[in-house]
Ligand binder design. Structure first.
Ligand code: ZN
Length: 112
């Protein structure tokens, strides 16, 4: 499954909206604040990107808060185990799945 990273700044409204959107859609992501994280900032400068939010989804880059692109590129959703509530990433491009919880070994059906 692809790793999702979002590059943000504290003052950027669209960044907040993008993060809320990811949570609502059960997408797991890592946030990097380019004002605090010089290495993250460098990654954007290297690609000639000057605005945020920027999402890195696997090897794809989405500049700006583009919901449709984000949903099309992300290949997982977060599922919660009905027994122990542990959260895990599950592929969303394989239809209905039987998922085994890594914590309690409970097996449950999951539909994207
Ligand atoms: Zn469990």
């Amino acid at each position: 499954m692809k790793k999702v990273t979002i590059f943000t700044t504290q003052s950027c409204g669209y960044c907040q909206m993008a993060k809320t959107f990811m949570t609502q859609n059960n997408i797991q992501y890592t946030e990097r604040d380019i004002q605090k994280d010089a290495k993250a900032r460098e990654q954007l400068v290297k690609r000639n990107i000057s605005g945020v939010p920027v999402l890195m989804i696997g090897s794809d880059i989405v500049v700006g808060f583009d919901k449709e692109k984000i949903l099309a590129l992300v290949d997982h959703r977060i599922a919660a185990c009905p027994q122990c509530q542990s959260k895990m990433r599950v592929p969303n491009n394989k239809g209905k799945l039987s998922v085994t919880c890594p914590s309690c070994k409970n097996v449950f059906e999951w539909t994207p």
